[in-house]
Design a protein around this ligand. Sequence first.
Ligand SMILES: NC(=O)C1=CN([C@@H]2O[C@H](COP(=O)(O)OP(=O)(O)OC[C@H]3O[C@@H](n4cnc5c(N)ncnc54)[C@H](OP(=O)(O)O)[C@@H]3O)[C@@H](O)[C@H]2O)C=CC1
Ligand SMILES: Nc1nc2c(c(=O)[nH]1)N=C([C@H](O)[C@@H](O)CO)CN2
Length: 237
Amino acid sequence: MSASPILITGGAQRLGRHCAERLVDDGHPVIISYHRERDELEALRARGIVTLQADFASEAGIQDFLVRLRAETSSLRAIVHNASDWAPDTTDDDAGENFERLFRVHMLAPYLINLHARDLLEACGEPMRDIVHMTDYVARKGSRKHAAYAATKAGLENLTLSFAAMYAPSIQVNAIAPAMIMLNEGDDQAYAEKARAKSAMGLIPGPGVIHQSLRYLLDNRYVTGITLPVDGGRHLR
Ligand SMILES: NC(=O)C1=CN([C@@H]2O[C@H](COP(=O)(O)OP(=O)(O)OC[C@H]3O[C@@H](n4cnc5c(N)ncnc54)[C@H](OP(=O)(O)O)[C@@H]3O)[C@@H](O)[C@H]2O)C=CC1
Ligand SMILES: Nc1nc2c(c(=O)[nH]1)N=C([C@H](O)[C@@H](O)CO)CN2
């Protein structure tokens, strides 16, 4: 029986792409979702990674993705809910729409995909099956400029507890809560230095630490319902 694929949502760039490529190196078939088509996707496709378009900003988009996911595979080894919109708060008329969009991307999409793709995980013939939610250090701290983002990540963190209880023992459900892992385009040296100073480890590690954390959860059959901080000791500063 061939191995069941691992689904990584939002896997076209940055952390999700790094993990998708490393999981292929580890021998897993991988499916990613992407929001925007772009040339870089060809390199992933060339490695045999299946790419499915998705817009999780609406329930219709989430349901449409699920239909195409089921057409693509009859089982899954794991689901990594990585897709995310790091939108700052807005104070004008679209503040409510901004919050609702982040709720859909960070909470409704993982919730509906976990509910409606459970049977795909149960169909996996391998001994372990996993769901991993990518949350954020700020889920427990809040954020002055990304309150809606932080609140919806906190909701995703809470969904980890509920689904871990619902799905045990056949499916393990955990979260990874990163702090600064990699910079964004346009981040200058001053921003980078300020970001490094926020953690006890004083560095911006890059996406390898997320693959390591994901590997730990995928390989450990006795861990469920936890949130794994990967934040350089932010809480110590
Ligand atoms: N990078 C960091 O330092 C940190 C990251 N995290 C978390 O780790 C995860 C990965 O971070 P990072 O790689 O920086 O994430 P990105 O900002 O690169 O977002 C990941 C993907 O989410 C997709 N996405 C955004 N909106 C939608 C939507 N409406 N529907 C479907 N997909 C969508 C994007 O797709 P597309 O590109 O195709 O538009 C994007 O490629 C995220 O959950 C993030 O919140 C937490 C703390 C720190
Ligand atoms: N979807 C995203 N979420 C987050 C990002 C990002 O680039 N995309 N970046 C961060 C920052 O690194 C933040 O941790 C800096 O303090 C947080 N979330």
